[in-house]
Design a protein around this ligand. Structure first.
Ligand SMILES: Nc1ncnc2c1ncn2[C@@H]1O[C@H](COP(=O)(O)OP(=O)(O)OP(=O)(O)O)[C@@H](O)[C@H]1O
Ligand SMILES: [Mg+2]
Length: 567
């Protein structure tokens, strides 16, 4: 009987590997740029023609290769980055499999021009995986890889390529991600001869973020810096008031390595709970730092995903980190132009060395106390009420302006949620029970929220027909009009206000808090203002109200100084 089992020729094996590593031009960009970064490049230039379908070219000024190394690099499992399986744990380089170059070369016409700066350079030409020529080449130290006719020899795969615009977009996104991970490296992207991205070398994270996401978006972000247990989380999250339902950007890193993880994004969003309009999706860039043996980076062919040993732990810390960042006074919307503001004493902004997002640049922990502590430091200052609606005071960093209604709403929301969970707030019996005629919709709303209504302190009974009688009401503050609040809350619930809130308890709490809070236009005494602020800063998210708007606006002292030409 004839033998059926045979070892595949290398060229076929490479093509199969290419199926996993090289999916589209963006994957070629990713692999080649990662190689350039691993080679210590300070500048990386990427050129695309027709979305990379005709050409992807990546040039760098890294270490380059001598001729023998260059020839070897095109062989499968040829790598300079690890020597044994043990090196895989905590591997710092992007590459470690020695697979990318041969895989790309097997499905394209590839030329590699490289020089290690000693003697003459080399030019290697590979055609569908076959090394055709090795020539001497004049080149400064560094490497240029040109990939033409991707998938020319695998027509079935070529058919799967998308439109030029869509391939361009994917490649651009890939480069953006790498540019964010490496602010110290300069990047450019040319698409059919036009420059699409240009960021200089030696940037800090904040400037790099503004450079690739744009100043407008960057201006809506607040810094995150938090550590708990085995994890440290740094980065930026968007102010709830600036989040929109579409067009958000997210970027995750673990130990400076970009990865994708919708569940971790979800965990970050959970940190926004009750401060964001349902349906709004905040932009965020978060880096997790963890001991290398706590995370496995070799679980995905294109290294797009990672696996955490303590999955629940990392989700919890990310959520806490976001919540902590949003709760700081720094997270309050500033007046005037946004300036990158890692606080004084923070390292960074110089973007030296292997500066990665999580290691040096965003170390904001040394800034002394949380935002709320600092805000509270301003409480000795006199409080002023403006327009019977805003409370203003001087804090060390600037002028703080608080919207009294939103602030009270946030305070009430949290205490109502606590009461609903605990069951039973203090209620005050009315001297004269109050009867009220409701609509069908309001009766329905009352029925479906009966427990919550009782737990916040209303005592209500049916009174025949559509009428109800109110015996007792809660007393959240002395100016509270319980009957009016009851009526307005039910009307809101019947109209489906806060309808986007999936959790009925939260929906009720938000509605009730909004109706029960003191209104704009009510004059407050100084002790009342002080009490309100103290309670506000005891909540988890003082700067944001429950509608996804600001409760606090700050006018940084720095901004004042800038306006008056003192800086
Ligand atoms: N731009 C470059 N500059 C210098 N050396 C390079 C460059 N690109 C590749 N090399 C060398 O070629 C080797 C093979 O590259 P290749 O991308 O195939 O594998 P790798 O990066 O080691 O691992 P992986 O398959 O995980 O990317 C690298 O280990 C490196 O030594
Ligand atoms: Mg590589």
């Amino acid at each position: 009987m004839a033998r059926l089992v045979a070892i595949l020729p290398d060229a076929v094996a490479d093509q199969i590997a290419a199926g996993e590593v090289v999916e589209r031009p963006a994957s070629v960009v990713k692999e080649l740029v990662e190689n350039a970064l691993d080679a210590g490049a300070r500048h990386v230039r990427v050129c695309l023609e027709q979305g990379g379908k005709t050409l992807v070219e990546v040039s760098d000024d890294g270490t380059g290769m001598g001729r023998e190394d260059a020839v070897l690099a095109l062989d499968r499992h040829a790598t300079s980055k690890i020597r044994s399986a043990a090196d895989l744990v905590g591997v710092r380089t992007f590459g470690f499999r020695g697979e990318a170059l041969p895989a790309i070369a097997s499905v394209s016409r590839l030329t590699l021009v490289t020089s290690d700066g000693e003697g003459e350079g080399s030019e290697l030409s590979v055609n569908g995986g076959r090394l055709d020529r090795v020539d001497p080449a004049a080149r400064q130290r560094g490497t240029t890889v040109s990939v033409r006719g991707l998938f020319f020899n695998t027509p079935a795969r070529r058919k799967f390529l998308r439109s030029t615009a869509s391939e361009t977009r994917a490649a651009h996104d890939t480069l953006t991600t790498l540019a964010l991970a490496h602010p110290e490296t300069g990047f450019s992207l040319e698409v059919d001869g036009a420059t699409r991205l240009l960021v200089p070398a030696g940037q800090g994270v904040v400037d790099r973020l503004a450079g690739v996401w744009g100043r407008d978006l960057a201006g809506t972000l607040v810094p995150v810096s938090y550590a708990a247990g085995a994890f440290r989380v740094t980065g930026f999250v968007q102010r709830p008031a600036d989040a929109k339902p579409t067009g958000r950007r997210t970027q995750l890193f673990v130990n400076a390595r970009p990865f994708k993880d919708p569940f971790l994004v979800r965990a970050a969003e959970a940190g926004y709970r009750s401060s964001i309009h349902p349906g709004d999706r905040p932009s965020l860039l978060l880096g997790v730092t963890v001991a290398p043996d706590e995370v496995d980076v070799n679980v995905h062919p294109a290294k797009l995903e990672v696996r955490f040993r303590d999955r629940i732990g990392v989700e919890r810390v990310v959520e806490e980190a976001v919540r902590d960042a949003l709760g700081r006074l720094d997270a309050a919307a500033p007046v005037g132009e946004w300036r990158p503001m890692p606080a004084p004493g923070a390292a960074g902004q110089t973007g030296t060395s292997s500066a990665s997002l999580m290691e040096e640049e965003l170390d904001l922990t040394g800034t002394g106390g949380s935002g709320s502590d600092r805000a509270r430091a301003g409480f000795d200052a006199p409080l002023v009420q403006l327009f019977d609606s805003y409370i203003v005071y001087e804090a060390p960093e600037g002028i703080v302006i608080v919207d009294q209604h939103s602030a009270h709403e946030r305070v009430l929301y949290e205490s109502v949620m606590a009461e609903l969970r605990r069951g039973g707030a203090a209620a005050q019996r009315l001297l004269l029970p109050h009867t009220l005629e409701l609509t069908d919709e309001e009766l329905d709303a009352l029925e479906s929220h009966a427990d919550a209504v009782r737990n916040v302190g209303f005592e209500v009974e049916p009174f025949g027909g559509r009428a109800v009688v109110i015996h007792a009401v809660p007393v959240p503050h002395p100016r509270f009009d319980g009957v009016a609040c009851f009526r307005e809350t039910l009307a809101d619930l019947a109209r489906g206000r806060f309808g986007g809130w999936a959790n009925p308890l939260e929906r009720f709490a938000a509605t009730f808090a909004c109706r029960a809070a003191i209104k704009a236009g009510q004059r407050l005494s100084e002790p009342e203002m002080r009490r309100l602020l103290l309670r506000l800063f005891e909540t988890a998210l003082p700067p944001h109200d429950v509608h996804g708007r600001a409760t606090i606006v700050q006018l940084p002292r720095e901004e004042l100084e800038r306006r008056f030409g003192r800086r």
